[in-house]
Design a protein around this ligand. Structure first.
Ligand code: CP
Length: 299
């Protein structure tokens, strides 16, 4: 995505932040459209926020949970996609455990498809909601020194954030033990660190990531306590970046990558990230259905 396209979506999301704080939150612009959320992997924040976003815009929202679907009977991903298409969905939101699955489905259906996270590849709406949060709290994204720390190797959140934040001229540092750092990550325009204390010097934003055990085969870290000792965000460690904004996409493993006292502190924007998630997903649903609704205005 080009920087102006990202900024366009951030600006579109801004209008929904205030609207969502009103008692009456509904808007009918997607009335008559069918939104299918097809989730092949567990989710709390992304699924709920896409459902809330679609309902607030007036769409008919249907959730397909893979665990209760015919996927369990051996149906292929392409057959599932063609089934959703035959039901004349107007927009499909997909989460899948395999990288590239969303693109595969997008090539088989007639409507816009939104990526709600695919394997280790991308989680674009997470990066957008993180960018909205940073812009609101720090005033801008350009020039901000953002440290992303944790399981960089398996993280689609890290990948999407690196793409978005570097495109918007932030200075991005990534920090992880060597086993959790992708080889050649410098090519993405970031600076890698293995020493978290050094990475934190002068940070404006510290984004912590969960160790994603479900995407690991074998031992990438000696133990959770060892990981916490070297890479956990504690109050003492945060003193190296006084005033930095603390972020986490969730779900958190408290006591591993972040302590509760930091996660729940005044420096934390973690619940605000969740709030921004609804606004960003409303913006994406609105913009991506504009052509079908005969409305101008996709970047
Ligand atoms: N941040 C995120 O994607 O959370 P969920 O897995 O709960 O959707």
């Amino acid at each position: 995505m080009q920087p102006h396209e990202i900024m366009f979506l951030l600006d579109e999301a801004d209008q929904w932040i205030e609207a969502n704080r009103n008692r009456a939150k509904s808007d009918k612009r997607l009335e008559g459209l069918t939104q299918i959320n097809a989730f092949f992997e567990n989710s709390t924040r992304t699924l709920l926020s896409f459902e809330i976003a679609g309902k607030r815009l007036g769409a008919d929202v249907v959730n397909m949970h893979a665990a209760q679907s015919s996927v369990k009977k051996g149906e292929t991903l392409i057959d599932t996609a063609m089934t959703l298409n035959a039901m004349r969905a107007d927009v499909i939101v997909i989460r899948h455990m395999s990288s590239g699955a969303v693109r595969l489905i997008a090539g088989k259906v007639d409507c816009p498809v939104l990526n709600a996270g695919d394997g280790q590849h991308e989680h674009p709406t997470q990066a957008l909601l993180d960018a909205v949060t940073i812009r609101r709290r720090r005033g801008s994204i350009a020039g901000q020194r953002v440290v992303i720390c944790g399981d960089i190797l398996h993280s689609r959140v890290a990948r999407s954030n690196i793409l978005a934040l570097t495109a918007l001229a932030a200075e991005v540092r990534v920090c992880a033990p060597s086993t959790l750092m992708p080889a050649g990550i410098e090519a993405m325009g970031v600076t890698p660190f293995s020493d978290f204390d050094k990475a934190l010097e002068g940070a404006d934003v510290v984004m912590m990531l969960r160790v994603q055990n479900e995407r690991m085969a074998g031992g990438f870290i000696p133990s959770n306590s060892e990981f916490h000792l070297r890479y956990g965000l504690t109050p003492k460690r945060l003193e190296r970046a006084p005033g930095a904004l603390v972020m986490h996409p969730g779900p958190m493993n408290r006591g591993v990558e972040i302590t509760s006292s930091v996660a729940d502190s005044a420096q934390s924007a973690i619940t605000e990230q969740v709030e921004m998630g609804v606004a960003v997903r409303m913006a994406c649903l609105d913009v991506l259905t504009r052509r079908a609704r005969g409305v101008e205005g996709w970047a």
